[in-house]
Design a protein around this ligand. Structure first.
Ligand SMILES: C[S@@+](CC[C@H](N)C(=O)[O-])C[C@H]1O[C@@H](n2cnc3c(N)ncnc32)[C@H](O)[C@@H]1O
Length: 229
């Protein structure tokens, strides 16, 4: 994303987000329910999640690359009941100090990141052992007609152009698994009419799978016995 972000999309999203909240608020609450400790949120937008963090969350580090949305997120952070630190940054390049988090939150952002695999790998490194990824994303509607239209919209670059780099045909749950997470739970639902190209949505929890055991070294070759005299 360029330094100036997506100025038109950012302003439109800020207005739309308030309207969408009627449908989305309960999903945001479910996304964040039960979290505690330190949390990193990528692509925080204008900070719509901040008011929904439970009191047991000690600190949220919220990254937002778009300057307009970041300024709105800073205002939302000041009004939040938990401590929220808003920073410039993209999910694909976390800072070296972004480690040791109890949870990572991705909501409506893995559709927009330039490189899903890299963003998910970065979040894996940011989590402390036992940490979890919470996600709320819209995804491709399978192999259906709707899914094919979504793929067409992405390939045409039309939807990404008007929607700040968003893609509506990403298979994000599969990408999470491919990035080395185990899905603990996931459910799917629609926001607004089911035929919309930004449906279905998925909400779930995933944890990094432990790295595989290193391969066992083969048994040392036995030295040939000396021939009897
Ligand atoms: C549709 S908005 C969602 C905002 C917020 N997460 C929410 O749930 O309302 C997508 C956000 O992702 C941000 N974004 C786009 N590319 C990103 C990247 N590579 N890393 C982090 N955030 C990104 C955009 O600036 C935008 O704020």
């Amino acid at each position: 994303m360029s330094r100036s972000g997506h100025p038109l999309f950012a302003r439109a999203f800020h207005r739309l987000a308030a309207l969408m909240e009627r449908d989305l608020a309960k999903h945001r609450r479910a996304l964040l329910a039960g979290l505690s400790g330190r949390v990193i949120e990528i692509g925080a937008g204008n900070g719509m999640n901040f008011r929904h963090y439970p009191g047991a969350v000690r600190e949220v580090v919220a990254l937002e690359p778009d300057p307009y949305l970041r300024s709105k997120a800073e205002a939302a952070a000041r009004a939040a009941a938990v401590t929220v630190i808003v920073r410039d940054g993209v999910a694909e390049d976390l800072a070296p100090e972004d480690v040791g988090f109890d949870a990572a939150v991705a909501s409506l952002v893995l559709c927009s990141v330039a490189d899903q695999g890299r963003a998910l790998a970065q979040l894996r490194c940011a989590l402390k052992p036992g940490g979890e990824l919470r996600f709320l994303e819209h995804v491709r509607a399978g192999r259906s007609r709707q899914g094919r239209i979504q793929a067409l919209l992405d390939r045409s670059r039309l939807w990404p152009l008007v929607a700040g780099g968003c893609h509506c045909s990403r298979e994000t749950v599969a990408a999470i698994v491919a990035a080395g997470y185990e899905i603990e739970q996931v459910r799917s639902f629609d926001v607004g009419p089911s035929w919309m190209h930004t449906n279905p949505h998925v909400l779930g929890t995933a944890r990094p799978t432990p790295p595989p055991d290193p391969p066992r070294s083969p048994p040392a070759a036995q030295a040939p016995r000396p021939a009897p005299a």
